[in-house]
Write a protein that binds this ligand. Structure first.
Ligand code: FES
Ligand SMILES: [Fe+2]
Length: 345
């Protein structure tokens, strides 16, 4: 159901604050996160080895975590270092700990085979934490299988319908067939719209009006479900679609990451960094709100779709031309899941 040998976003960096315990379920496993005195984040299984009390109801004692049921104490590696009233501590009295990397405002977690946790595999998300860009961290919870959201992000034909008054603007979103390139890490999708309508969410920002050239060029990283997108618009004919980005172009670099919570619920972490109006936080707020409203449109549709799916477990879906990218990714995901199950992952 989920790839385990992958880096997933566990939290926004700011969610894990010094002196507090942060609990979140990831890939069906309860996890507790906390900051050590070095500032590094530790992640432990949120289930005491003794009687399974959640450690997130425990107490931080320096860099150690005490279960507040019968008082066992664990260090940041998950080893038990104290059992009240008992000198002998079995090495088996430990809880699982997970490799963590904090990068680009994300807390990344590896929940598979620890020996394979190579930080070089983490996708580049630096736009979220770069002085040349501005953004506000966003989070949404979806009561839906993460794969329905993967399908949604790999097929922007829905922009014409779900997002007609937010991200969309014209029917060309639905009719365009993107260029799809395949890499070992995933897909690159290129969608270019010459002489099109300005996106509704950004119309208040520009001093010019439609027609504009629009582009959406994005990488989909299959491991960890991460989207990284160069998008924007410029005056029609100014060369933006040939790679020249004029000074009055509006450029964005969105990052979106999906971490399964359970088989039927998903954490959705997103930003929409922009590289203009750097000194005007009201622009960052306005964009974040506009995009959040648009993603809410997806959430409502996808959760309704999940509801129908739950009531039609034996029916299969029907594919159309716009499904090329989702079908490729689903097939790759199946292969990777099978390889992991066979112990090759
Ligand atoms: S359940 Fe944690 S100490 Fe007993
Ligand atoms: Fe959408």
């Amino acid at each position: 159901m989920f790839l385990r040998n992958a880096w997933y976003v566990a939290a926004w960096k700011d969610e894990v604050v010094e002196g507090a315990l942060f609990a979140r379920t990831l890939l069906e496993e309860p996890v507790v996160l906390f900051r050590q005195s070095s500032g590094a984040v530790a992640a432990l299984e949120d289930r005491c080895r003794h009687r399974f009390a959640p450690l997130s109801r425990g107490r931080l004692e320096g860099d150690r975590l005490r279960c507040m049921y019968h008082g066992l104490v664990y260090d940041a590696s998950g080893a038990c270092v104290e059992i009240p009233g008992q000198d002998h501590i079995s090495a088996r009295a430990c809880v699982r700990s997970y490799p963590i990397v904090e990068r680009d405002r994300y807390v990344w977690i590896w929940m598979g085979d620890t020996a394979l946790a190579n930080p070089d595999l983490i996708p580049d998300c630096h736009w979220q934490d770069d002085p040349a860009w501005r953004c506000k961290p966003g989070y949404k919870h979806f009561a839906a299988d993460y794969r329905l959201i993967v399908d949604n992000l790999l097929d922007f034909s829905h922009l014409s319908f779900v997002h007609a008054s937010t991200l969309g603007g014209s029917n060309s979103m639905a009719t365009l067939r993107p260029r799809i390139e395949t890499f070992d890490w995933g897909l690159r999708i290129t969608r270019l719209y010459p002489s099109d309508v300005m996106p509704p969410y950004a119309a208040a920002l520009a001093s010019y009006s439609s027609p504009v050239d629009r582009w959406q060029i994005y990488d989909w990283h299959i491991a960890g479900n991460v989207l990284s997108m160069d998008s924007g618009f410029a005056r029609a004919g100014a060369g933006a679609l040939e790679g020249k980005r004029p000074d009055d172009a509006f450029q964005f670099h969105s990052i979106q990451a999906l971490t399964p919570e359970t088989a039927s619920t998903t954490h959705y972490f997103w930003t929409y960094p922009h590289n203009f109006a750097l000194d005007d936080p009201s622009v960052t707020d306005m964009l974040a709100n506009g995009i959040s409203n648009a993603f809410e449109e997806d959430r409502v549709m996808i959760m309704a779709q999940q509801d129908v799916l739950n009531r039609s477990p034996d029916r299969t879906m029907f594919n159309i031309g716009a499904d090329a990218a989702p079908m490729q990714v689903r097939a790759r995901l199946e292969q990777l899941l099978a390889a992991e199950a066979a112990g090759e992952g």
